[in-house]
Ligand binder design. Structure first.
Ligand code: 3H9
Length: 689
């Protein structure tokens, strides 16, 4: 491999350039090259460190984590920058992230391109800055901003970086030329390690601890990041760096970081489909049929990404209401400072209402988001077939229905596929891309590219009832429903799964979604074959009483007017008790461990089942679906990764035990689970041969 580091003199300045595509990760060759280049200072009066390509260093090389360390380490390289006898200036463009930002802090000065950003996203990998970021940042910014950056992981722009002391200058023209100019003007080094300790800031520590405990619940890294940054107040820099390293090593060798790194790579891998070499078609304008919550959210997702949208609804009043809802959402976002006024106006202006299907005549892609009923969907696709260009891609947003049956209604089914968004579609990152039997490679490749363009994580699924996510959820909901009959209260079930790390338990979730959705969906299924009727018996009775969940003020829980806080209802416990009696079931105390085990292993077994059937391409794709669409705790890596962490032998043994139990017919072990358990394989690492 050619050396990614080169250097040349620009007058009195030594310019070191790094070129390690795609994101200039600080791999071993880069670190070694920079250390070596720094020995070439000679009679130079200053050094400029710069990167080629699209960005400054995007961080340590994550692919090296978990492998034996190779000197020089990142801290060694940063020490070499600090020890350089002349001032070193960082010329930052793109994103200076993680170890990349720490490298910049090892330099004496930082010149930012006006569009550059910097941040510490390590927390999303289950770690925190481990190459001095927790000690050097607060010496420049004070404690609060340093903690905020480490705990939220959110990058800040160059202007904010200048405001809090991280950027010394902002270049409006060429950043390298500006940095060289800057380097000529500096006369002395200004190492952060020689600066005073920051002042304590108890209020900031307290605020961000609270934030970490609620918004990053269950994660170790954010709280330890606060401990590390706080150490900068009282410890000298070397003692602080030692403390940072000790805590960092504990995190990077732990299960949480392994799980979050697994998701990092899995999310990028999901976009790659085995054997797909077709080129995507350009998508410059999109149509959406149906202006309800889902259709509106989909329209916003495209408008937010700069893609013009035509929105149509057969019901003119619904269309006006949908547009008004979109306008209100944009106004609320702008009021909260999430977008500028100009941006609000521009995004809304990208959505054009249409008065008929002929409004889609110029669209490259049209997405149907109407009522979840096969006859309605088919009627829409027949209209689309007549109104759209023959090469336009037609997508259905169905969550359960057979995409092949829908595709059969159009003259060329190769241009049909499912694009299953998650609500709210303008916010949720997951997009299930459902490949029908006749979907062409070009259609699939286009949907994957569109997914990235609208900043979603696209995961490809085959056709089956509920695709990857909702099909697996069936087992999870089934066990929750059965546990309620067997003796666990709804609040016990929700508390156990919340403690496991889910954002809310299945009972509260069912109430939020509306109990009637499952009820209606079950009508087209066969009780006892497709689903376990006992598991939904309480919910069925509730729906028949008009208790459909939050929207009717009562479901499994009751809700005070205007509140979303679930209030346990003894009538529901009594109902579960009565049903148990009718079925001759003796109710018993059920602990949190059993609740979690049954609900989560039901997910795992179903996941292994659909991997074996070829519905999902890889185990890691399933993890991506669950982490991005269903709130599965990222620090557990997704259900497949979690099963691997338990050990597949153990998982199989427990699944077999449930298969021998009273609801055993639903627990037949997935053949792939049995196979991988015997081969000492991993579900999260498995992919279709
Ligand atoms: C760290 O720095 C620890 C230190 O504090 C302490 C150390 C002692 N390493 O995302 P993209 C690959 S931890 C290796 O699609 P984009 C990525 O897998 C690090 N590879 O591009 C993909 O590969 P492929 C802290 C990396 O334009 C390709 O680059 N830093 C790394 O949408 C393109 O990636 C971070 O967490 C890496 N660090 O977004 C930043 N980063 O093509 C992580 C990327 O084979 N990176 N790759 O699938 C990012 O957030 C985004 O990649 C970035 C570009 C915003 C930079």
């Amino acid at each position: 491999m050619s050396n990614p580091v080169s250097y040349h003199r620009d007058g009195s300045v030594l310019v070191i350039s790094v070129d390690n595509p795609p994101v200039n990760a600080l791999s071993h060759a880069v670190r070694a090259g920079v250390v070596e280049a720094l020995t070439m200072v000679g009679d130079a009066t200053a050094v400029v460190l710069s990167c080629a390509g699209r960005t400054w260093f995007a961080g340590a090389d994550i692919t090296e984590f978990g492998k034996p360390p190779m000197a020089p380490s990142l801290p060694d390289m940063i020490a070499a920058l600090e020890d350089c006898p002349v001032p070193v200036v960082a010329a930052i463009h793109g994103t200076a992230l993680g170890g990349g930002m720490e490298t910049a802090l090892g330099c004496d000065f930082r010149v930012f391109d006006a569009r550059a950003k910097c941040g510490f996203p390590e927390v999303d990998l289950g770690i925190f800055p481990g190459a001095g970021g927790t000690q050097r940042t607060p010496r420049l910014t004070g404690l609060g901003p340093a903690i905020e950056m480490c705990v939220t992981g959110k990058p800040i722009n160059a202007q904010k970086a200048a405001k809090i002391g991280l950027a010394d200058s902002i270049a409006t023209e060429d950043v390298l030329a500006s940095a060289i100019e800057f380097a000529r003007s500096v006369t002395a080094k200004r190492r952060i390690r020689d600066m005073d300790n920051p002042e304590p800031d108890e209020a900031a520590s307290e605020t961000w601890r609270k934030f970490a405990l609620s918004r990053r619940r269950g994660e170790h890294a954010p709280l330890l990041a606060i401990d590390a940054v706080e150490a900068s107040v009282s410890m000298d820099i070397d003692a602080g760096l030692d403390k940072e390293r000790d805590l960092f090593v504990g995190l990077i060798t732990g299960q949480q970081s392994a799980a979050m790194r697994h998701l990092f790579f899995s999310e990028r891998m999901a976009a790659k489909v085995n054997g797909l070499d077709a080129k995507p078609k350009p998508v410059k304008s999109v149509g959406v049929v149906g202006s309800g919550t889902m259709g509106g959210g989909i329209a916003m997702a495209f408008a937010n990404a700069g893609i013009p949208v035509t929105l149509f609804d057969v019901n003119a009043d619904a269309l006006s209401a949908g547009l008004e809802r979109i306008a209100n959402l944009y106004t609320a976002s702008a009021a909260k400072g999430r977008m500028s006024e100009a941006e609000r106006v521009a995004r809304y202006a990208r959505i054009t209402p249409a008065s008929g299907y002929d409004g889609f005549a110029g669209c490259d892609l049209v997405i149907e988001a109407v009522f979840e009923r096969m006859d309605v969907k088919k009627a829409v696709f027949t209209e689309l077939d007549a109104a759209c260009r023959p090469d336009a891609i037609l997508a259905t947003n169905t969550s359960y229905l057979d995409v092949d049956e829908i595709a059969a209604t159009v003259s060329d089914p190769s241009r049909v596929l499912g694009m299953h968004f998650f609500s709210p579609a303008n916010v949720m990152r997951l997009l299930e891309i459902v490949r029908g039997a006749k979907t062409s490679g070009e259609t699939l490749a286009t949907a994957l590219t569109v997914s990235k363009a609208i900043r979603k994580v696209g995961v490809v699924s085959g056709v089956c009832h509920g695709f990857i996510g909702n099909r697996m959820l069936k087992g999870y909901g089934r066990e929750a429903g059965l546990l309620m009959i067997e003796g666990a209260s709804p609040q016990d079930i929700d508390a156990a799964l919340y403690a496991f790390g889910m954002p809310m338990g299945p009972m509260a979730m069912a109430d939020m979604a509306g109990l009637d959705i499952g009820y209606d969906n079950r009508k087209s299924l066969v009780a006892g074959t497709d689903y376990e009727p006992l598991a939904s018996s309480v919910q069925d009775r509730l729906v028949e009483m008009g208790r459909k969940g939050q929207k009717t003020g009562a479901g499994i829980y009751t809700y005070e007017a205007g509140s979303r806080a679930p209030v346990p209802d003894p009538d529901v416990d009594a109902m579960a008790e009565a049903i148990a009696k009718e079925h001759g079931i003796t109710r018993r105390e059920i602990g949190a461990d059993e609740i979690v085990e049954r609900c989560i292993l039901a997910l795992v077994n179903e996941g292994a089942m659909l991997l074996g059937e070829g519905i999902a391409q890889r185990g890691s794709d399933i993890d991506v679906v669950y982490a991005n669409g269903y709130g599965f705790p990222r620090w557990r890596g997704g259900p497949m990764c979690y099963a691997d962490s338990l050990g597949l032998d153990h998982v199989l043994e427990r699944v077999r035990a449930y298969a021998d139990g009273p609801n055993g017919k639903w627990w037949a072990p997935a053949p792939l689970l049995a196979q991988l358990a015997s081969e000492k394989g991993r579900l999260s690492g498995w992919s279709q041969p």
